[in-house]
Ligand binder design. Structure first.
Ligand code: FMN
Length: 184
């Protein structure tokens, strides 16, 4: 599946609108993800322009007041959000006190990755934004939701070309003492 290898983080989006049909298809791909005990513990809110730009600006202003050790890439992420045509905010219905919380976190990761790959296969780009966690409570208030988002996925057509990140190869992953391909 080439889309897996072609997917990369897009940080510059063109103004070209994204069709409702494509967004529906992308979310359907998320729905096809595996989840622990088939819980499907995810919910979404979809925000488009021009509302997204106003919202991203609010997040940006809140991020500007974060202590410097937490600010990192956060302001840059919200500035990119402001120029993306569509944002899918993702919520996890299970709380962190649940014994199986790590399983739910894995499930929601599969949901988001499925959407990113489907976007790629439709010729769209995406950016997975974990920086929303830095303003999560304020984001819930701004979005008008009873729970805070755990991630946001920006979707749109890529403008220009981005520099590709270096990814590890299988040989880099094997824990020392184990044969590369599992034959011992
Ligand atoms: C859980 C998660 C959170 C991320 N959060 C952000 C973010 O807030 N801002 C951002 O610019 N990129 C974010 N990224 C994108 C990563 O920086 C990117 O996936 C990584 O550098 C590898 O690059 P690639 O996606 O182009 O392969 C996030 C990725 C993941 C999986």
């Amino acid at each position: 599946m080439d889309a897996i290898f072609e997917r990369h983080s897009v940080r510059s989006f063109s103004d070209r609108p994204v069709s409702d049909e494509d967004i529906r298809r992308i979310v359907s791909a998320g729905c096809a993800a595996p989840s622990s005990k088939n819980d499907q513990p995810w919910k979404i809110v979809i925000v488009r322009q021009p509302r997204l730009s106003a919202m991203a600006y609010e997040f940006y202003r809140i991020a500007a007041d974060l202590p410097s050790d937490r600010r990192g890439t956060v302001m840059e992420t919200f500035s990119i959000m402001g120029s993306a045509p569509v944002c899918i905010f993702v919520f996890l219905e299970k709380n962190s006190r649940s014994r199986r919380f790590l399983a739910h976190v894995q499930s929601v990761g599969a949901f988001i990755e499925n959407m990113a790959i489907e976007a790629q296969s439709l010729g769209l780009g995406s950016l997975w934004c974990g920086d929303i966690l830095e303003v999560d409570e304020e984001a819930a208030e701004i979005l008008g939701t009873s729970i805070a988002p755990v991630a946001a996925l920006l979707i749109g057509y890529e403008k220009g070309e981005s520099r590709r990140k270096v990814h590890k190869v299988p040989e880099d992953l094997i824990i020392e003492g184990y044969d590369e391909w599992g034959s011992r």
